[in-house]
Design a protein. Sequence first.
Length: 151
Amino acid sequence: MKCPYCQVLDNGELEIPCNKPPVEKIIETIVDPTVDRVITIDKKVIVRGHIEIGVEYVGDVSDCSQPVHFVHFTQNFDCFIETDCVKKGMDVKVKPEIEFCEVVPAEDKIITKLIIIKITIIDLDLDDLQCSRSHKQVRYFNSPFSPFKLR
């Protein structure tokens, strides 16, 4: 049986704080998804979580001062997975993973991001529950705001 899952698409802009210089070049991006809560209702698993986004970049500085900077952002996400295998109150474990991440400078102090998180059910407590082999995939689009290492 293929494991039921959902995908979260997180796109939008992130603004560099005013105490940091504009972005000249991104060196490294670290994206880390965390599941904060899993709620089960009849035939649905609701997943609430957040992603931590860290961006190391070369600042556009003219006076040869500190050229490398780091900024950190936290973005929330929600999604649900529809499956016949779940009853209200069941214990369900899920695993978040980054499928894709693109973080690029857009303007002086604006970074654009496109992140896809896949959240898969990895463990169901199936005590005496008959489960059909079919499930539906639900994709949640969280825009304009929302980890994984990107170089």
